[in-house]
Design a binder for this molecule. Structure first.
Ligand code: SF4
Length: 255
């Protein structure tokens, strides 16, 4: 269970880059922008990153102070939960410093998730991809899944994962070439109060079935605040609002 974050599929977050700007429909109610806005008076590094309405200004900031000594015991760390590490304004030097930190901590595993996989592919085509990095893309709808997952699968990380949160419509992963090579699929609904877009349990079932049929670990994070529980699968198996929360088989060291 995470300690400094509510993100349950990691143990903690490290944020060497903060700030962002929306890139696709999944960003409409960006949780990171909301957090940066809420804590800007207590956390100086967030100042100037959000508008009065709590949206990103588009300013990006590098914060190398977070490169502290990590515990001896290896853990999972989600890198850059308060930004997108492959945002176009992130300098290559910053990425190099982040990857140096990753390589200096081989007992730890670092999860990187992006909505900008083209730059991720470009970067790791020119730099080594350490074994202790898991790479993921967000795919909130069919269009983003078809655009981003093939980019991710051009690389060969220890774990290739897709975060489908917020799940905004039915997504058919089977039409995406080589999608059975994914190691991990995370699914969740939107948690944005009254603004939350609806997620149907049928869409969740379909993704869970795809993962089950293809030996892909399936992690159901949460139903969000606007779930539509209509599927027979939900009623037959009594998921009690939890579903399964599997982690990929390769958890810390390379394949
Ligand atoms: S890419 Fe991520 S951090 Fe950036 S605006 Fe979209 S949801 Fe927020």
């Amino acid at each position: 269970m995470a300690d400094n974050t509510k993100i349950t599929w990691t143990d903690g977050t490290i944020n060497p880059i903060v700030g962002c700007k929306p890139v696709s429909p999944g960003c409409a109610n960006c949780y990171a922008a909301e957090m940066a806005h809420r804590f800007k008076s207590k956390v100086p590094v967030y100042q100037g990153l959000t508008t009065e309405q709590g949206k990103w200004t588009g300013k990006i900031r590098f914060n190398p102070k977070v490169f502290k000594k990590l515990p001896k015991k290896g853990r999972l760390w989600f890198l850059c939960s308060m930004s997108d590490m492959f945002h176009e304004d992130v300098l290559d030097e910053w990425l190099n410093d982040i990857m140096d930190f990753v390589e200096m901590n081989p007992q730890h595993t670092f999860q990187i998730l992006t909505k900008r996989p083209e730059r991720m592919v470009e970067y790791f085509s020119q730099h080594d991809l350490p074994f202790n990095v898991w790479l993921g893309v967000t795919a909130e709808n069919q269009e983003m899944a078809e655009e981003r997952i093939p980019q991710l699968l051009r690389l060969d990380p220890t774990v290739a994962f897709v975060s489908i949160e917020p799940l905004l419509e039915a997504i058919d992963l089977s039409v995406i070439p080589n999608s059975n090579q994914l190691d991990w699929v995370i699914v969740g609904g939107e948690k944005a109060g009254r603004r939350s877009r609806q997620m149907s349990s049928k869409w969740v079932d379909s993704l869970a079935n795809f993962c089950g049929n293809n030996d892909i670990a399936f992690y159901f994070k949460q139903w969000g605040t606007n779930p539509l529980i209509i599927s027979e699968q939900f009623f037959q198996t009594d998921y009690s609002f939890s579903y399964c929360t599997d982690f990929p088989k390769v958890k810390a060291h390379g394949k």
